[in-house]
Design a protein around this ligand. Structure first.
Ligand SMILES: [Mn+2]
Length: 317
């Protein structure tokens, strides 16, 4: 491996940080911003997983396949699980041993592994052995806000403004814990409520889910309990109902979409496409056992059941 490689020099040259937005990728980014002051002037982005656009002049954290030219990529996801750095696609540095988080790889590169020992211990477990923390409130809270961008922006703002990693980290952990507490206290009851609310006719179950009706806001982060409970409620009904459909209804009573599950009959995708064919949805489709339909014109669960029983299911079996 190259002996003249200085990670701090390389990272201070990049124009942006493009990082995985998971717990590990965000923590790695916060360590970088705290330890390399030049980086606080740069753009920081956490693109969606499906955004595969290549980034030039970027420090790419845990997204190596999207690194463009003049890009430094740091990751720990090759088959050996070693931490490594590539510059313009060329591997120029790697760790001797496997690494459980990219945050640890970054800390090692910067020579600050000991300074962040307590943090890295937590990130290693979250990233590589999540079963060990699945019942901890901070982890439950983190899982609940995984698609929300608010908290990522907030922690980056904190370190950019103060240079203080601990301030951002403490905010993140305490916010996740507060959210986890709400979820742990209320989700189970909400799931039961949705199961009770389901409209059932023979094998078919339709759950009206009122999006935006039961939202808890913690530190500016919205947690929609109805939406969170939707999937576990569907799974509970799937034991003896097929298909099970969640009907997502917004505050203006528009049907924003359907989630369709048909685990035994493998016809969820066909149901969604049939709804489009009949002009009852604008788009739809998915996998054989789980699919979605958008902009649905059927307004009541009973009406949807009627359409399914009379015009869709008989043709699919
Ligand atoms: Mn990772």
């Amino acid at each position: 491996m190259s002996s003249g490689f200085d990670f701090r020099v390389w990272t201070s040259r990049v124009q942006r940080i493009t990082a995985d937005g998971d717990f590990d990728g965000v923590t790695a980014t916060l360590i970088l911003l705290a330890e390399v002051p030049e980086l606080r002037e740069r753009e920081v982005e956490f693109p969606a997983p499906f955004d595969t656009k290549k980034r030039d002049n970027a420090l790419v954290i845990e997204r190596p396949e999207r690194a463009g030219v003049e890009a430094v990529a740091v990751d720990h996801h090759d088959p050996s699980a070693k931490g490594y750095v590539t510059i313009n696609g060329q591997r120029i540095w790697e760790t001797v041993e496997p690494m459980k988080s990219v945050a640890r790889v970054v800390a090692r590169l910067l020579g600050v592994e000991e300074k962040y020992a307590d943090v890295l211990e937590i990130v290693d477990v979250v990233d590589s052995e999540p079963k060990k923390v699945e019942k901890e409130l901070f982890y439950i809270g983190y899982r609940a806000v995984i698609t929300d961008q608010t908290w990522r922006k907030k922690v980056v703002e904190i370190v950019k403004a103060t240079g203080d990693f601990r301030e951002a980290w403490n905010w993140m952990i305490s916010t996740f814990t507060a959210i986890g507490k709400v979820v742990a206290e209320r989700l189970e009851a909400k799931v039961s409520e949705l199961v009770q609310r389901a409209v059932i006719d023979g094998d078919v179950a339709v759950i009206p889910v009122f999006v935006g009706k039961d939202v808890v806001t913690v530190e500016g982060i919205r947690v929609d309990l109805e939406q969170m409970a939707s999937k576990p409620a569907m799974m509970r009904l799937e034991h003896d109902k097929d298909p099970v459909i969640a009907m997502n209804i917004d505050v203006r009573k528009n049907i924003v979409g359907l989630s369709i599950a048909s685990p035994r009959k493998n016809i969820a995708d066909k149901i969604a496409k049939k709804l489009v064919e009949l002009g009852l949805a604008e788009s739809g489709g998915g996998r054989p056992q789980i699919a979605g339909a958008q902009k649905v014109k059927v307004t009541e669960p009973t009406e949807l059941i009627k359409v399914l029983k009379e015009r869709i299911l008989p043709q699919l079996q």
